[in-house]
Structures are given as structure tokens and as C-alpha cells.
Design a protein around this ligand. Structure first.
Ligand code: FAD
Length: 436
């Protein structure tokens, strides 16, 4: 085992987990290489589902994968821990001591040596140093944060329902800062939750008592997508009684209000930050790796870091150039999925001494899902590369197919079919909203 080429992948998210699964099945199983995944958490939930976990429309337990169990099935090793440093010359990653909830050390600092290192540690929200953001905003970067948000939401509904029963003021202002895909989808999910709760006993509260506002600094929501999608998304949000404020940068966040750049104030009892992302800061402190202002590791089209042929990075934490555009590959699940596929081929080639495969991003389009209401977006047409607007059921089907593709990469086609069937049955059996 010791003499096998050791591929260490740090980060088992949308991209990293797909990569280790395929490497494990192909190389680990036949003992052609040793594959190790390092992640700071014990379980994986596909990140684009987090806003559904937050609103309660998704049962997170049913969509959670335990790394240890998955590793055993797919012939890779799993190490629980947070990468903190890197020794490029000695070729090992440094894993910070693992502490329990009370701060007691469970495992001391460890060094994991590698022949090939892949960094896929994703991204976190970027609050751009906005005063009060860290203290008063809720972030949706991890499963724990999404679960915490859900509990806070249920408690806020409970408290306002009590106020309404007593005849007291019971309006609940919720604000989402950032009208990218996450902010827009979350606001629709919250509107759905506010309509469902009275059905489950909180019948003094009306959906109209939950004031949902989504704020965007740019002059339209979904600024990264074509104007037609922004326009139909705005119409849909307004139809769902979500207030849309554009061209309104937020200057400061306080406990119960936001201060806008023009000095106006907006009441907000729950504020979610969903504007912008950055890669984890420790990356920019690693000696010998080139990073950009957003801490992303700069890589070549082979996904190798610009400074070290043995270190690769991909997904949200990497800045990867595109040959036909001056913009880097966008930080999306779609990109991480495609890069995992290219890297899988490249790492197999590398073991055989063959050339690496350059990564070419294929934009298949963007879809925005408005909870159970509708889905809108564009698909990029095959050879012509033209964008085609779609909405409704067909759009919803394509939207869910990205998650199904992730599941196929992790479980194979047959098991994904079984999971899909179980999902359908479970949805029919359980409440439409997670109530605990
Ligand atoms: C609420 C929400 C909705 C989204 N919706 C969409 C969508 O609809 N479509 C779309 O294309 N994209 C969407 N995205 C973006 C998408 O989730 C990301 O682009 C994608 O997850 C990036 O994949 P990744 O593998 O780079 O990182 P991630 O999936 O974020 O995985 C990173 C992994 O690294 C681990 N990690 C982090 N730091 C360390 C460390 N120091 N040591 C060890 N492990 C570490 C984490 O625990 C995690 O498991 C959404 C994002 C959010 C937050």
C-alpha cells in the first residue's frame, strides 16, 4: 500500500466528492493508486440544496451522505479534519487538531503526505467587510448554518403566531441581501414556508405578515444572467409578494434594521447575507501558491496550480482561465461537476504518463427555481451556442437534473433511480415542510 501513488483530495463537496468516488472506483479498487479524501465535516449535502434545508422544504437527513460509509463502498480513505497549511517541498498537507464541541482535542495536528494534491474546498459568503454583517446576518455556507436558520425561522413563526393570538403586533420582516440565484431562490422558498405554516397549526399568522424583501446593489436582480430572465424573475417574485429592491447597496446591518447607502432604514428581524462569495482565506496564506483577491488558487487550463505541477485546484476555490473568454470559469455546481470529470481523466492519464486533459467549460445555461411555484431560465443550444428561454415544468425538470447527475456520479444510475423513487414516496408521506 505504501508504494502506491497517493492522491489526496481536500474538500468533499459538489466537485471533490464526485472526483474521489470515480478515482476510488477506478484506481482505488484495483489498487492502482491510494485515494484519500479530507473534509472538515462528517457528511455531505449538495450545497445548492442548502436554501431548501433553510426553509424546511427539503429533508436534509434524506439527502445527507456519510463520508465514512461512502468511502468504504467506493474504495477511498476518509480523514476528518480541516486543512490548515501546506508543505510543498515535503509534499504534505497539515490538518489542524480536531476539537470536540467543548473545545477538547480529539485528534492532534496531522500531516498527510501526497504525490498528487487536489484542493476543492469551495467558497464562503463574502460580506465585503460590511459593518454588522458578521454579527447580525445569517449565512448559508454549510449544512449547520442552514439548519440553524431553519430553527430560527420556526421559532420566529412560533413567537409571531403567539403575538398574533394575543392581539399584539406580529409582522415579521425578513431581508435577503443579494439577488443572485441563491437570494432569489431563498426568497421564494420562504414565501412557500410562510404559506404552509398556518396549515400546521400556526393559524393566527398569515403569509402576508411575513414581509420578505430581497435587496440588490446592481440595477436588476440576477445581474449575471440575461435581462429577460431578470425580468421574468422579478415578475414572479412580485407575484409571490416578495418585495424587490434594486440599485440599493446596504451600508450597515444592525440588530433590527439595515442602513442603506442613501441613509434610508429598513426594518429586518432576520437578515440573510447572500451577496458574493470568496474562497477560504487560509488559501491565500499558503506559501508557494498563487491566489487572487478572492483567495482563489490560480490554476492553468489543466487545473494544475500555476506554481506546482503536483497541486491541482478546482471548483469555487480556483480561478480557472477560459480560452474563449476573458472571464474565468464561473463558481457554480455545473463547473465543479464538469471539472471533476476532466480531472478524473487527467489524473488517470497522469498515472499512465500521458498528457493531461485541458478543461473546457461548457455553459449549459442557468435555471432559477421558485420553490413549487415555477422555474425560469435559459438553456444554451448545442452547436449554435444560442440561448433559449424556458420556464415551467420543462425548466423544473432540467433544474432537478443537475442534482440527479451529481447523485449518479456518487451512487451510479441504478441506486440513483432507487433514491429518486424513495424520494417520491417520502415526499408523499411526510409534511410538505420540515417542522422540527
Ligand atoms: C444556497 C446555495 C444555492 C446554490 N445554488 C446553485 C445552483 O442552483 N446552481 C449552481 O450551479 N450552483 C449553485 N450554488 C453554488 C454551488 O453550490 C457551488 O458552486 C458548488 O457547491 C461548488 O462546489 P465545490 O466542490 O467547489 O465546493 P463545495 O460544494 O462548497 O464543497 C467544499 C467542501 O470543502 C470542505 N472544506 C472547506 N474548507 C475545508 C478545509 N479547510 N479542509 C477540509 N475541507 C474543507 C467543505 O466542508 C465542503 O465539503 C449554490 C450555492 C449555495 C450556497
Amino acid at each position: 500500500m505504501e508504494n502506491l501513488h497517493h492522491i489526496v483530495v481536500v474538500g468533499g463537496g459538489a466537485g471533490g466528492l464526485e472526483l474521489v468516488t470515480r478515482l476510488g472506483n477506478k484506481l482505488g479498487k484495483k489498487r492502482k493508486a491510494r485515494i484519500t479524501l479530507v473534509d472538515s465535516g462528517l457528511t455531505h449535502v449538495w450545497k445548492p440544496l442548502l436554501h431548501e434545508v433553510a426553509s424546511g422544504s427539503l429533508d436534509d437527513n434524506a439527502n445527507e451522505i456519510n463520508y465514512r460509509a461512502h468511502a468504504r463502498k467506493h474504495h477511498y480513505e476518509f480523514q476528518l479534519g480541516r486543512m490548515a497549511d501546506l508543505d510543498q517541498i515535503g509534499r504534505h498537507v497539515v490538518i489542524a487538531p480536531f476539537l470536540d464541541e467543548d473545545g477538547h482535542q480529539v485528534v492532534p495536528e496531522r500531516h498527510i503526505s501526497y504525490d498528487t494534491l487536489v484542493i476543492a474546498v469551495g467558497s464562503t459568503a463574502n460580506d465585503f467587510g460590511t459593518p454588522g454583517a458578521q454579527e447580525h446576518c445569517i449565512f448559508l455556507d454549510s449544512l449547520e448554518q442552514a439548519r440553524r436558520f431553519h430553527n430560527r425561522l420556526l421559532n420566529a413563526f412560533l413567537s409571531k403566531n403567539h403575538d398574533a393570538r394575543c392581539g399584539a403586533s406580529h409582522e415579521l420582516p425578513i431581508t435577503i441581501i443579494g439577488a443572485g440565484a441563491t437570494g432569489v431562490e431563498l426568497s421564494a422558498e420562504l414565501r412557500m414556508a410562510s404559506r404552509e405554516l398556518p396549515v400546521y397549526g400556526m393559524n393566527h399568522l398569515r403569509s402576508a405578515d411575513i414581509n420578505i424583501t430581497v435587496i440588490e446593489a446592481a440595477d436588476r436582480i440576477l445581474p449575471a444572467l440575461p435581462p429577460r430572465i431578470s425580468a421574468s424573475a422579478t415578475r414572479e417574485l412580485e407575484h409571490q409578494k416578495v418585495k424587490v429592491l434594486t440599485g440599493q447597496p446596504v451600508n450597515e446591518i444592525r440588530n433590527d434594521r439595515l442602513i442603506m447607502q442613501d441613509g434610508t432604514e429598513l426594518k429586518s428581524e432576520m437578515t440573510v447575507w447572500a451577496a458574493g462569495i470568496k474562497a477560504p482565506p487560509f488559501l491565500s496564506e499558503l506559501e508557494g501558491l498563487e491566489t487572487n483577491k478572492g483567495n482563489q488558487v490560480r490554476v492553468r487550463q489543466t487545473l494544475q496550480s500555476t506554481t506546482d505541477d503536483h497541486i491541482f485546484a478546482f471548483g469555487d476555490c480556483a480561478e480557472c482561465p477560459q480560452s474563449d473568454s476573458d472571464q474565468p470559469v464561473p463558481p457554480r455546481a455545473q463547473s465543479a461537476h464538469q471539472q471533476a470529470d476532466t480531472l478524473f481523466k487527467s489524473l488517470c492519464h497522469r498515472l499512465e504518463g500521458r498528457d493531461l486533459v485541458p478543461f473546457v467549460y461548457n455553459d449549459h445555461g442557468s435555471l432559477i427555481n421558485f420553490s413549487r411555484y415555477t422555474t425560469v431560465g435559459n438553456l444554451m443550444g448545442g452547436l449554435s451556442g444560442r440561448s433559449m428561454y424556458i420556464e415551467g415544468r420543462v425548466a423544473r425538470l432540467v433544474y432537478t437534473s443537475l442534482y440527479r447527475m451529481h447523485q449518479v456520479a456518487l451512487h451510479g444510475l441504478v441506486r440513483t433511480g432507487v433514491i429518486w423513487l424513495m424520494d417520491r414516496i417520502s415526499r408523499a408521506m411526510r409534511p410538505r415542510l420540515k417542522l422540527h
